[in-house]
Design a binder for this molecule. Structure first.
Ligand code: IMP
Length: 427
């Protein structure tokens, strides 16, 4: 069976966790390929809420292999805490989780610098999650990073840490007036984490290529979303990885042709956390209604999410960039009860209609959204199990979005639980 990828098509928080968890049932392997503990996937199974930051969403399914690929940056303390929480809940994980030795470690100084940087008035504030993501990827690009293979080898760890910590401490104390970190403390904690994680660390690229060659069904699970992609998102208000289909091959170590069917996940409206342009943003009672109705508070930071209408130009850009085969539209149920539902159908810049989504962020910041209002529906959707069971106004809304984005829907999500899902074809 070919591989499938599930990618956030907006600014993250599209409800990917539920979808991956749902279709992980049919997968043999679930793979994370980018990002780190900045992600926060919430999955509700039999009424119990699970929040993952680093673990692939497939962990809830017994017998599935879960892989954290080389493109992920790993906070080992966080990963071990998640493993402990799961194993504490009676689930076996260690024998079905593999971690790439080539993945870079998020070290305590990365987190310290991330938070200190965001706290200064100098430079651009991004509104990061404070999880050390940018500084860890910066060290990777700078070729000074510590990889998982270094973490599990005491001598390599000592040498790499020694080479890094002096410089980092000078940055922390000199540039940000922060507190220097103690070498022995950082080393001992990292060594212990390395010792515990060592049995999981392997060449996951080789593993995945062999599994694909054997016909295993692989799911590539995106974190964040297309518009937060380092190269193709709203730079500099982005995360530090390729958080879309384009990042899969490099971040998992598989050929591009192996990526297979590509699903883009979009909420029926838009949200964004952190700073940066958001053309369809609302600042009125409708925003409050979406935030409360959709529980739009960050899974990682608890921050209230900024809310706005569905944005067609942004969604079309994401779909064209990634080449989605199908859309997953989530949180349709949150729109129930609204008299009118807005959809941003285009942009204007200086009074001129724009054909394309402007990837030059200062231009995007100046666009004026063109909003069409669609009739709402009163009915609750959570019990619907087929498209025909949806109210006509909801069907029209879904059809309109898909026609404008240019990609058919494959899955509609009408509630937080696994069962509140409408699937068009066999997934
Ligand atoms: P960082 O990834 O922590 O460096 O944060 C960079 C930007 O990406 C900020 O605007 C964050 O709010 C945003 N971001 C990072 N991870 C997520 C996520 O999982 N969902 C939504 N936004 C995210």
């Amino acid at each position: 069976m070919p591989a499938t990828s599930v990618i956030g098509a907006q600014w993250g928080d599209e409800g990917k966790g539920k979808i991956i968890d749902l279709i992980a049932d049919k997968a043999d392997v679930v793979v994370r390929f980018q990002g780190g503990a900045n992600a926060g996937h919430t999955v509700i199974v039999e009424g119990r809420k699970h929040v993952f930051h680093l673990l692939p969403s497939g962990v809830l399914h017994a017998g599935k292999l879960n892989v954290i690929g080389n493109g992920v940056v790993i906070d080992s303390e966080q990963l071990l805490a998640e493993i402990d929480e799961f194993e504490g809940g009676g689930l076996r994980l260690m024998d079905r989780l593999k971690v790439s030795g080539a993945a870079h470690c998020v070290m305590p100084y990365h987190k310290a610098i991330d938070r200190l940087q965001e706290g200064t008035k100098a430079g651009v504030r991004i509104g990061t999650t404070g999880r050390g993501i940018g500084p860890a990827y910066a060290d990777k690009a700078y070729r000074s990073g510590i990889r998982m293979w270094d973490l599990i080898d005491e001598e390599r760890l000592r040498a790499r840490l020694r080479a890094n910590l002096d410089v980092k401490n000078r940055v922390i104390t000199g540039a940000y007036d922060g507190e220097a970190l103690d070498f022995e403390e950082v080393f001992q904690a990292a060594r212990e984490q390395g010792r515990r994680l060592a049995p999981l660390v392997t060449d996951t690229g080789h593993l995945l290529r062999s599994l694909l060659a054997r016909g295993q069904h692989v799911f590539f699970e995106g974190a964040q979303g297309v518009l937060l992609d380092l190269d193709h998102g709203t730079y500099p208000f982005v995360t530090s990885s390729n958080s879309d289909t384009l990042g899969i091959s490099a971040g998992a170590g598989v050929p591009p042709a192996a990526i297979g069917r590509q699903l883009g996940v979009m909420k029926a409206y838009c949200t964004r956390v952190g700073d940066g342009p958001f053309p369809s943003e609302l600042n009125d009672a409708a925003a409050e209604r979406l935030r409360e109705g959709g529980s739009e508070f960050g899974a990682t930071t608890g921050r209230p999410r900024r809310c706005g209408w569905f944005d067609v130009p942004a969604a079309r850009y994401a779909a064209q960039l990634c080449g989605f085969d199908g859309l997953v539209i989530t949180k349709l149920d949150v729109l129930s009860g609204l008299r009118h539902i807005g959809v941003v159908v285009g942009y204007e810049l200086d009074g001129v209609p724009l054909e394309e989504f402007p990837v030059d962020t200062p231009r995007l910041e100046r666009v004026k959204p063109v909003v069409d209002l669609f009739p709402g529906w009163k009915e609750k959707l959570t019990g619907a199990r087929s498209f025909d069971e949806l109210p006509p106004a909801c069907q029209a809304f879904v059809d309109e979005i898909c026609a404008r984005v240019g990609v058919p829907w494959e899955i509609l999500s009408v509630g937080p639980g696994r069962e509140s899902t409408i699937v068009r074809s066999a997934t």
